[in-house]
Design a protein around this ligand. Structure first.
Ligand code: FAD
Length: 381
């Protein structure tokens, strides 16, 4: 069986579906989104739900600010409650290096219109009274950051794009992409062939594998990141609390559950999504150092997903030199929701032949060969 499509989007996560949504808003309905498992089965359904604008690179700050503004209206747009709660992000400094760097981050973020503040440990304790501040040297806080619930976002997008006439196919795996010279001709799935000249690679942790189908090499590597959730409690924690130094983040969801994770610096790259005992112990011990009162809290579930990691911690957006109309939308590391709406809208503009409304030159894959890359220092977990 063979059929035709104006564009095929590989990946039914927030970015594949977000791009379909912006294409749908432009009136395109000959688009097919392919997802090898269920909607949100990749990193999107495994995320911590954080929406943070406090980044160290200008690109990420701008993308995140634009996305936060979109998320403030997403309930209305998708006609669903995405549980976006703007309790802020409290970023704790524990080292001399951080106390030197954080005020510079604040200055840069302020220059881009964000109201981030550098605050003392005592002011941090006013925001989270249960926090042990004995080792905290300072902090930054932005009150418009927050958290959302990933599932209503991805399912809301899927429903909205289907209503726009776009075909979203779950449990349909892309096996190969065919090309004639530098032009794409077809996408081969486990359910038939789709003739198309345009493909968006929004395959998250699998994006390098998808690129290989066209002999395109991406520098992305998937790394397992683990996360857990506790029983629900009455709200006591307003912001998401994070520490780059410890690699930990935790917040309280709209339902009252504490959700948090911690990175393992010794994790090897690979497609491993198993949970580990190491995580459960490391996360619990570190969390108790931050908030001793968490001693009586019960963890109910842990899981793992991938950070699709690039060498500079910033996403890869746009065209590749080797193949025409093969657009990358990947490499989101631990912040694919936070920048999603901005990059999805730009990708829809590229697919539809419009000039991008946001300068994405520094996010093109060519940067690794041709530019001095600016490493993002704000990845946590
Ligand atoms: C533990 C954890 C916590 C996180 N916390 C946050 C957070 O607080 N805030 C934040 O912004 N981000 C967070 N992230 C990162 C965020 O979840 C991701 O960056 C984001 O979800 C990426 O979305 P995506 O749509 O690009 O990719 P994904 O959601 O990974 O979707 C890609 C999809 O492509 C599909 N696919 C792959 N290959 C094929 C194929 N051959 N054929 C068909 N389909 C295919 C996969 O099944 C997958 O569903 C976290 C990630 C993890 C793992």
């Amino acid at each position: 069986m063979s059929e035709e499509a104006g564009a095929v989007i590989i990946g039914g996560g927030v970015n594949g579906l977000g791009t379909a949504y912006y294409l749908g808003k432009k009136g395109y309905d000959d688009v097919i989104v392919l997802e090898k498992s269920y909607i949100g089965s990749g990193a999107s359904g495994r995320s911590g739900g954080g929406i943070r604008q406090q980044w160290t690179s200008k690109e990420n700050v701008k993308l995140a600010k634009r996305t936060r503004k979109r998320f403030e209206k997403l309930d209305e747009e998708l006609d669903t409650d995405i549980e976006f709660y703007q309790g802020g992000y409290l970023v704790l400094a524990f080292t001399e290096e951080e106390t030197e760097q954080f005020p510079k981050n604040v200055e840069m973020q302020n220059s881009l219109g964000l109201d981030t503040k550098y605050i003392s440990p005592e002011e941090a304790k006013e925001i989270v009274p249960q926090l042990d501040i004995s080792d905290v040297k300072g902090a930054t806080f932005n009150g418009t950051d927050g958290t959302m619930y990933p599932f209503p976002v991805v399912n809301g997008y899927a429903r909205a794009v289907r209503e726009m006439g776009i075909d979203v196919r779950d449990h349909t795996e892309v096996l190969d992409i065919e090309r004639d010279g530098d032009e794409i001709t077809a996408v081969k799935t486990d359910d038939g062939v789709i003739e198309t000249d345009t493909v968006v690679n929004a395959a998250g942790g699998w994006s390098s594998n998808v690129a290989e189908m066209l002999d395109v090499e991406l520098p992305n590597k998937p790394y397992r990141h683990e996360i857990m959730v506790t029983e629900p409690y009455e709200r006591f924690l307003e912001p998401m609390v994070i520490s780059f130094h410890h690699g930990i983040y935790f917040s309280q969801s709209a339902h009252g559950n504490v959700v948090g994770g911690i990175g393992n610096p010794d994790e090897e790259p690979g497609l491993n999504q198993r949970s580990s005992l190491w995580f459960m112990k490391k996360f619990s011990d570190t969390l108790l150092d931050f908030i001793p009162a968490f001693g009586g809290v019960n963890m109910i579930r842990q899981w793992a997903g991938f950070y699709d990691t690039t060498p500079d911690g910033q996403p890869i957006i746009g065209s590749v030199p080797e193949v025409e109309r093969f657009y990358q939308l990947n490499g989101f590391s631990g912040h694919g929701f936070m920048v999603s709406a901005a990059v999805d809208e730009v990708t829809a503009e590229l697919v539809s032949g419009e000039s991008p409304s946001f300068d994405i030159e520094r996010l093109n894959v060519k940067r690794f060969e041709e530019m001095d890359i600016e490493e993002e220092g704000g990845v946590v977990g």
